[in-house]
Design a protein. Structure first.
Length: 253
């Protein structure tokens, strides 16, 4: 039985840890050649080794998602190395500071917008032409269930993640006839370094996040990765413009 991504190339941003790392390993297990994009070289190289252990081929490309030239170079380097780009998981992001609309500074708001929203636009700006050149492809952008169930004191994060959903739908509409599919992944609370760092020093814990979900637990990175990989595979060939929640039932509350 052939693998879902045999002969295909997948690009993952924010790939050094968490959901991005899990997606890289999942792509590799399905036969993809994988580009690991991140600024954390040490952890990204761990991801590359995990890809190799999964029987795949991976390469690390250092790219700062707040630097437009890095994003352009990342896609160009992907095509130069592998000759094509078939799947992109634009996953890099930041929770930003824990502030409301009044307390949030302009500098902080701009920083989160650059990382969570502008970077996704720039990634797609360069990924889409590369995909069209070889017959099309599929994109998944990481949003968040916080876009629909806002977390307190996270005005910049919530705003940008809602923007990711809207932008993904716009891209899906504009490029459907060019062989491009685009969907948004909306993770619920998931045990990642970002969530763990975000709860440090606060009056909440990972278990508290899980207790409020109907499934009574938080998610694992591989559970989000499985959805992202499926959304860029041939198994979801008629799915585009969707905001897909993997949230342990948070949407039911």
């Amino acid at each position: 039985m052939s693998k879902l991504f045999e002969g295909r190339v997948a690009l993952v941003t924010g790939a050094a840890t968490g959901i991005g790392r899990a997606a890289c390993v999942r792509y590799a297990s399905e036969g993809a050649r994988v580009v690991v994009a991140d600024i954390n070289a040490q952890e990204a190289e761990v991801t590359v080794r995990m890809i190799s252990d999964a029987g795949g081929e991976g390469v690390f490309i250092r790219a700062d998602m707040t630097v437009p030239a890095d994003i352009s170079a990342m896609v160009a380097a992907t095509v130069a190395r592998f000759g094509r780009l078939d799947a992109a998981f634009n996953n890099a992001g930041t929770p930003g500071g824990f502030t409301n609309a009044v307390d949030c500074t302009e500098e902080e708001f701009d920083r989160v917008v650059d990382m969570n929203l502008k970077s996704v636009w720039l990634c797609m700006k360069y990924e889409i032409p590369a995909m069209i050149a070889t017959g099309g492809g599929a994109i998944v952008n990481t949003a968040s269930m916080a876009a629909e169930h806002p977390s307190p004191h996270m005005v910049a994060y919530v705003t940008t993640k809602a923007g990711v959903i809207a932008m993904t739908r716009s891209v899906a509409f504009d490029f459907a006839d060019k062989g491009i599919r685009a969907n948004a992944l909306l993770p619920g609370p998931t045990e990642t370094p970002m969530l763990m760092a975000g709860t440090k020093g606060l009056d909440r814990s990972l278990s508290m996040f899980g207790e409020r979900l109907p499934m009574k637990r938080i998610g694992q990175p591989h559970e989000q990765a499985d959805v992202a990989v499926w959304l860029t595979s041939s198994q979801s060939s008629f799915v585009t413009g969707m905001a897909v929640a993997a949230d342990g039932g948070l949407n039911l509350i």
